[in-house]
Write a protein of this length. Structure first.
Length: 571
């Protein structure tokens, strides 16, 4: 049987690195240049414990992890589940093969509007234990309240938000219950046919069965730098990709084959994001793939997709090498009105920054932008967000090793590692800025303004520890302005997933889109945040998921506005 290049890579190792289970180029960091001396005014304080986020996340063994399923961890979500204007928090959780400790469950925390949160998991009907992976949010029934889809190694789950503070598991009745155990990974709601109803894309990571997986150190895919570790993903069978069409009656139909997404094979799918990368008004799908080429599904406007990542420059890095793609940050770092991509990778490799030419063709700007100075850590959740409100999106990502066993033999590969900021210097380059925050082995993270004070805060999932909640204490005395835009669809899907806002401020323009999933397996604030620097008045252009466009001019800064499709500002 003849195999494709992707399948050979998955089975035999990536980039010639067949002596380990994950792709890493083994590159050295680029020498650091002279510091810019420009102050970075965002200040992050971990307020998780005082906010009431005290329950630890559980995921596999603590001192050693025998199987790859124990290493990946989970995502988190900033969602306003009760529509009170304040971001609530949803934290996924895992289990252990020996059995979950008492109290282990996914958790929903209600925002008390005073910097604290109350655990309402049981009241909301969200108690569940298992090997959770990712969460994506959307309003699939257009009732005005965010629903949740959660992927698992086991059975994925769709929770319908009932609008009264509770959720119902409607997986079976929606037609999304699988008959076999699968390892669900990234997911995203997407209105791919622009009919006003949110469809659902789901990817799978590895076809994993512990009864068939070799033990640590048993072969070359179960080894990292000479240390026996859990096996994979290379050497294990990859999963597949699914697309479900929303029928408008609470059910979904599997259109994976009909749409063409099932044709993409041979890569280990992780985070999935939906956005209009080629500026044609139709949402595309980008999937970060681990140790294999990543996928870009271009929307053909007829219910089908074409996989174009290789020819469009986002499958590999500029050396033509596969990388261990985990997290994705999407934004407009160079202020040209198009969506760029930041993707995190493994240790001894660079994370990658892809610049969009406006037509969906990407150029690897990693070295030119200054990101090549950092190769020490395994990167996970990521965001392209303006942390200091200077009008230029920065890069933030969390890190954490997957092999607790390695640190005992190779001290340079610590298990708990830092959170990283590369602040945007406004000239196409970034500068790494250290954060005075305790290291963790982190995975998912989400970005949003939980205290409604006009700057972007960060929620982080930590392996075998409570979540971190980084409150951004950006000084008001700086005189830096901002605006948040919440979109509400009418003809479009109610949550306006896929809606784009382009903000014009002080001779600059910046594009952002409302997304169902981002970072690593996580959900960011649907309210789009634009830092404006000294600018006090902006013009906004909205392109709705339906394709309609409207413009709102002369909008005063330092507030949240709600724009309803066809009606302009309504709040």
């Amino acid at each position: 049987m003849k195999r494709t290049r992707r399948e050979l890579l998955a089975l035999a190792g990536a980039g010639g690195l067949a002596g380990q289970g994950v792709a890493s180029r083994g590159v050295k960091a680029v020498p650091r240049g002279k510091a810019s001396g420009i102050p970075f005014h965002a200040k992050f304080v971990d307020v998780g414990e005082r906010a009431g986020l005290r329950h630890p996340s559980v995921f596999g063994g603590v001192d050693a992890k025998e199987y790859i399923v124990e290493t990946i961890g989970c995502g988190v979500a900033f969602i306003d589940y009760d529509n009170d204007g304040w971001l609530d928090i949803f934290v996924l959780n895992g289990t252990r093969f020996a059995g979950a400790p008492a109290g282990t469950t996914n958790r929903l925390y209600k925002n008390n509007r005073d910097g604290t949160f109350t655990d309402v998991t049981e009241k909301a009907g969200l108690v569940r234990t298992g090997w959770a992976s990712a969460v994506c949010a959307g309003d699939f029934n257009n009732n005005g309240f965010p629903d949740l889809f959660i992927t698992y190694w086991g059975q994925n789950v769709l929770y319908r938000n009932n609008g009264d503070g509770t959720f119902s598991d409607v997986t079976q009745e929606a037609g999304l219950a699988g008959s076999a155990r699968r390892w669900g990974a990234g997911c995203t709601f997407i209105d791919y046919d622009r009919d006003g109803k949110l469809d659902l894309f789901v990817t799978e990571y590895v076809d994993f069965d512990p009864a068939r997986v070799p033990k640590p150190g048993q072969n070359s895919f179960c080894n990292w730098k000479g240390v026996p570790v859990n096996c994979g993903p290379l050497g294990l069978p990859p999963g597949r990709h699914w697309l479900y069409h929303n029928n408008g009656d609470g059910t979904f139909t599997d259109v994976s084959v009909k749409s063409g997404v099932a044709k993409a094979k041979g890569s280990y799918g992780m985070t999935a994001v939906a956005g209009d990368f080629d500026n044609d008004g139709w949402p595309d799908i980008y999937v970060a793939c681990d140790s294999t080429p990543s996928f870009l599904f271009r929307n053909n406007h007829d219910g089908t997709f074409s996989e174009v990542a290789l020819e469009n420059g986002v499958a590999l890095n500029e050396d033509g090498m596969e990388q261990a793609g985990m997290g994705i940050g999407v934004g407009d770092y160079d202020l040209d009105g198009s969506l760029d991509v930041f993707k995190t990778h493994f240790a001894d490799d660079t994370n990658v920054l892809y610049r969009n030419d406006g037509k969906g063709n990407f150029q690897d700007m990693t070295i030119k932008s200054g990101l090549g100075v950092e190769t020490r850590f395994i990167g996970w959740g990521a965001g392209m967000v303006d942390l200091d409100n200077d009008g230029y999106p920065d890069l933030f990502y969390v890190t954490g090793n997957v092999y607790p066993e390695v640190e005992r033999k190779l001290r340079q590969y610590a298990y708990k590692t830092p959170r990283i900021v590369f602040r945007n210097l406004g000239n196409g380059t970034f500068e790494e800025f250290p954060l005075d925050v305790a290291p963790q082995s982190s995975r998912g993270c989400a970005f949003g303004d939980f205290d409604n004070d006009g700057d972007v805060d960060v929620l982080i999932w930590n392996m075998d520890a409570p979540p971190t909640l980084l409150r951004n204490d950006l000084p008001a005395s700086l005189g830096r302005h901002w605006i948040k835009v919440k979109l509400e669809g009418v003809t479009s899907n109610r949550a306006a997933i896929g809606g784009r806002v382009t903000c014009f401020y002080g001779g600059k323009k910046q594009a952002q889109e409302v997304m169902s999933q981002g970072s690593f397996y996580s959900v960011n604030d649907w309210r789009l945040h634009f830092g404006l620097g000294p600018v006090k008045v902006v013009d906004l252009e909205v392109r709705w998921p339906s394709g309609k466009k409207e413009t709102v001019k002369g909008v005063a800064a330092d507030r949240l506005i709600t724009i309803r499709e066809g009606q302009g500002i309504v709040g």
